[in-house]
Design a protein around this ligand. Structure first.
Ligand code: NAD
Length: 410
């Protein structure tokens, strides 16, 4: 008899898992349940090309409606799953429907973290296509934009809006921008790139309340009031791991899994992938929840293979990228606040790389318009073998030549 896989969360990770199950020969029923009405799509353009109007919703979708139908993948959009029960192997919806499964994949991601302040409802948020449509239509007539949160979304939207002639102010609560993923030297360089393009970045700011002002808003901080036509709140995501009965939750509020993405405490038939999954990372030696495009790809691929009979651990060297003011920034590895830093090339210049290392063992790097070096940087981080810091710092020494020969360069 044919098995049923129910995928809860029809985003990038969920959609990829469905497609790859078919590619690897899964012949049973595949049912995707999504909160959004849309079929699975990739989110990166939401804060960049989609806002600018250079990327359409169709460009972002993983497949056309016809392709999903031809692949025999069912999709129910606009629904709310309330429970994934490993014991009865049933998924329950808020409207009372329920579906039995042989295997369930929880790919629910997270939602934009709300700001708990008086008046914060006046700020837009950006997580899904509907949010991006609303922001795009409002940006058209916006001369002054206020962004709360100097993380990836905040800075990408700031760069996009500034590029369209908008005066942008970013309020960051912490001491520096993109602190979740960048070492201090890279934050400083990036803040300079924004300042050079007219974006006002204020760090260490405490927002107290948001008030209506004319057709726009006034943001009250300890230092004074900032007026704007439009406000965006981008202060991170909240993973919501509560759906899976019995599941164990990790330190970063995800669903703890084993290396095959099987949810701890939920038996052998429930998996978690993407932003919600907190999965052991062999390099760091602890569970890690990654909010990246590549993690969605890697974990979806691993679970699809495992369910098709080849047990495959989800294992990767973390990687993310962002594009701001025409500059491509890539981050390999995880910044954990430790390690010595060194620049390869003039700090922040196109082609430069900021490494962090312990005793010459590369832990990670930020690549600035240096995408061609990425696979070598990944090789160095994955190998975890010490190299001479002077060689890392010397652009005349090819990174490829520093790779231990045991590690394939690609
Ligand atoms: P983030 O975690 O990258 O940044 C949130 C920022 O808000 C942090 O700098 C934090 O210090 C700040 N902050 C928190 N509370 C605040 C407050 N009360 N006032 C002011 N600042 C405050 O999260 P994000 O930028 O909201 O992005 C959300 C998700 O989207 C993440 O998963 C991110 O990885 C993803 N995303 C990724 C990319 C990319 O990889 N290029 C681009 C856009 C979004």
């Amino acid at each position: 008899t044919l098995e049923t896989v129910v995928i809860v969360g029809a985003g990038h990770a969920g959609g990829r898992a469905a497609l790859l199950l078919r590619r690897h020969g899964f012949a049973g029923r595949i049912l995707m349940l999504g909160a959004e009405p849309a079929l699975p799509y990739e989110r990166p353009p939401l804060s960049k090309g989609f806002l600018k109007g250079t990327t359409s919703a169709a460009d972002m979708s993983l497949r056309s409606a016809q392709d999903w139908a031809e692949a025999g993948i069912e999709h129910i959009g606009g629904c709310t799953v309330t429970r994934i029960d490993p014991e009865s192997r049933r998924v329950t919806l808020a409207d009372g429907r329920s579906f039995g499964f042989d295997h369930a994949i929880c790919a629910t991601g997270g939602r934009a973290r709300p700001l708990a302040l008086p008046g914060a409802e006046a700020l837009l948020m950006l997580r899904d296509l509907a949010d991006a449509r609303a922001l795009r239509s409002r940006l058209g007539s916006c001369r002054r934009l206020l962004v709360v949160g100097g993380g990836v979304i905040g800075l990408e939207v700031a760069a996009t809006a500034a590029g369209c002639g908008c005066a942008v102010t970013v309020l960051e609560a912490g001491p520096r921008v993109m602190a979740r993923v960048l070492p201090p030297e890279a934050s400083a360089w990036l803040a300079g790139l924004h300042a050079g393009n007219g974006v006002q970045i204020r760090t260490g700011v405490t927002l107290e309340r948001v008030l209506p002002r004319g057709t726009g808003i006034a943001a009250q901080t300890a230092e004074g009031v900032i007026e704007a036509d439009l406000g965006l709140c981008a202060i991170g995501i909240l993973p919501e791991p509560g759906l899976v009965s019995g599941a164990r939750h990790g330190a970063s509020h995800g669903l703890l899994t084993d290396e095959y993405c099987r949810v701890e405490g939920a038996g052998p038939h429930v998996y978690a992938i993407g932003d919600i999954a907190e999965t052991p990372n062999p390099v760091l030696g602890r569970p890690l929840r990654l909010e990246t495009w590549r993690n969605a790809e890697t974990q979806a691929a691993a679970v699809a293979r495992t369910l098709c009979g080849t047990a495959t651990p989800a294992c990767e060297t973390p990687w993310m990228w962002t594009d701001q003011f025409g500059c491509n920034i890539q981050v390999v590895g995880v910044w954990e606040g430790r390690g010595e830093r060194l620049w390869r090339g003039a700090p922040g210049a196109p082609g430069s790389v900021l490494f962090w290392h312990e005793g010459g063992r590369p832990l990670g790097a930020v690549l600035i318009d240096a995408g061609r070096e990425r696979r070598f940087v990944e090789g160095l981080v994955a190998a975890g073998k010490p190299v001479r810091p002077e060689a890392l710092a010397d652009p005349a020494q090819r990174l490829k030549s520093l790779l231990p020969s045991a590690v394939p360069a690609a």
